[in-house]
Design a protein. Structure first.
Length: 263
């Protein structure tokens, strides 16, 4: 092993695609109008995308009433899968669904990181309780980020489980009047978000075929996009060892020569 210590920054050029995935982990994603439920179905779709990558980086942002980056961009698919498996309603303290907050958090990632391309995949049922989407769409346009939305959930709607046991009516959420609450996919919002940012919409409730378009875009960008990012590397200090060895040999020769002359 070479002796290495200390770090120095270096700019490296890379080819490929950086994919940021935003996953809705709100309570409505536990509705069972997808198999096994919306969240479980969404995770299967994300795994399909992740397994199709080849040397690219992928990151995971989770959101409900708030949003945060759960897994930074990485090409370690195994680590990404561990973060994905752990994602759920308990991952975010504030419940509800705030798509505007998710978009705002995604913008921060694109502003701070030097990405080889700008592609955001959003998997959600599309329900938005806070608004603010239009303002964030404008930021995405300015950054040149395309949003690909994958909707999940039936338009007819489904009840939202309030706990583990959904065999009794009380296990579902109710409104203030005591009526059972249904959650429906908002396709119109998702289609607007994707179309106005140069992306595309697909529905993955019953089939993952629509994800092929997203995967095709990723593969196309793998060939066309080049970018650079700063990495920190250990500094090779082998020359110090070589210098010390040469110095030691030189000192030993001098001492030996003096002993010889003294004799």
């Amino acid at each position: 092993l070479k002796p290495q210590f200390g770090e120095q920054p270096r700019e490296v050029t890379s080819e490929g695609t950086d994919v940021l995935v935003a996953l809705d982990v709100s309570r409505s994603m536990m509705s069972k109008d997808a198999d096994p439920d919306r969240l479980g179905r969404a995770k299967r779709g994300i795994k399909w995308i992740a397994e199709s990558l080849s040397g690219d980086r992928i990151g995971l942002l989770v959101f409900a009433g708030d949003a945060f980056l759960l897994c930074p961009l990485t090409n370690d698919i195994g680590a990404f899968m561990m973060f994905l498996d752990s994602a759920g309603p308990d991952s975010v303290n504030i419940q509800g669904t705030d798509i505007g907050a998710m978009l705002a958090e995604s913008v921060k990632v694109y502003e701070k990181k030097r990405l080889t391309s700008k592609l955001l995949v959003v998997i959600t049922d599309g329900e938005d309780h806070e608004g603010g989407v239009d303002e964030e769409i404008e930021k995405f346009r300015e950054l040149g980020v395309s949003v690909y939305t994958a909707g999940i959930g039936r338009e007819s709607g489904e009840f939202i489980p309030a706990g583990e046991d959904d065999s009794v009516p009380d296990a579902f959420y109710r409104d203030r009047d005591g009526n059972l609450v249904k959650s429906r996919q908002d396709q119109s919002l998702l289609k607007k978000l994707s179309s106005e940012t140069g992306g595309a919409y697909c529905d993955i409730t019953g089939s993952f075929s629509g994800l092929n378009e997203i995967i095709d875009v990723i593969r196309k960008q793998q060939k066309e996009n080049k970018g650079s990012r700063i990495v920190k590397e250990k500094i090779d200090r082998t020359w110090i060892i070589i210098f010390l060895i040469i110095l030691a040999i030189g000192v030993e020769l001098v001492i030996a020569e003096r002993r010889k002359n003294a004799a």
